[in-house]
Ligand binder design. Structure first.
Ligand code: RET
Length: 232
């Protein structure tokens, strides 16, 4: 019978546990640090805290599903992503509009592409669509986002627009969407090809969430607090 308590050799279970603690602590941190920020940076820190907060709630549940059943908590994971990815796209767009002139239509394009990316990935993971067809389509949606933020109108950053803090935050967030987000498709490929796949799938997704939710928040926090201090 599968154990109902976390076992010392259940490394994936331990990573779920660490993530739920880290997401909770990050949430508290971003909320408390809000006081140090000025103006719209306060909103940015609130959004960062919402992202880790929503994720913490899901990690509490995902951890239990994993420890008790040893199965991937796919539905909880995707509900989490469906809530947090749009919030991150919103945050990204807010910072983008501070460094260049962009049309509102771009926001909808990024939002739609990110939702399509997640929906297709979900269809593949719950096997209502061929795993590799879903992968190819989902990856195309992600590549489209990268194209938009580098080559599209979002790529034409105006060096004279926005503060240095927003310029730096934009560059860092763009790197996260490119390199940080790349960890997810790697997890999918390893998870659906290799042996011991459920373990790999979940460890890689957990690592990816750590980078993309906590590091994402830290980038915003660094910009928010440096802006405050440089203008004092
Ligand atoms: C906080 C959660 C975030 C930032 C989640 C991001 C998720 C992705 C970038 C997922 C991408 C996928 C592909 C590009 C192809 C395979 C299927 C996915 C959904 C894992």
């Amino acid at each position: 019978m599968k154990d109902i308590l976390l076992q010392p050799n259940d490394y994936v279970g331990v990573s779920f546990w660490l993530l739920s603690a880290a997401m909770s602590a990050a949430t508290l941190f971003f909320f408390m640090e809000r006081d140090r920020a000025v103006g719209k940076w306060k909103t940015s820190l609130s959004v960062a805290a919402l992202v880790t907060g929503i994720s913490a709630i899901h990690y509490f549940y995902m951890r239990n599903v994993w420890v008790v059943t040893g199965e991937s908590p796919t539905t909880y994971r995707y509900i989490d992503w469906f809530l947090t990815v749009p919030l991150q796209i919103t945050e990204f767009f807010l910072i983008l509009s501070a460094v260049t002139t962009v049309r509102g239509a771009l926001f909808w394009k990024l939002l739609f592409a990110s939702l399509a990316m997640l929906l297709l990935g979900y269809f593949g993971e719950i096997h209502i669509m061929n795993v590799w067809l879903a992968f190819i389509l989902s990856t195309s949606a992600w590549l489209y986002i990268i194209y938009e933020i580098f080559a599209g109108e979002a790529g034409r950053i105006n060096a004279n627009k926005g503060s240095r803090a927003s310029q730096k935050a934009f560059a860092a967030l763009r790197a996260i969407v490119t390199f940080g987000w790349a960890i997810y498709p790697v997890g999918y490929v390893v998870g659906y090809t290799g042996a011991g796949s459920e373990e790999w799938l979940n460890s890689i997704y957990n690592l990816a969430d750590f980078v993309n939710k906590i590091a994402f928040g830290v980038v915003i926090w660094a910009a928010a607090t440096s802006y405050t201090e440089s203008t004092k």
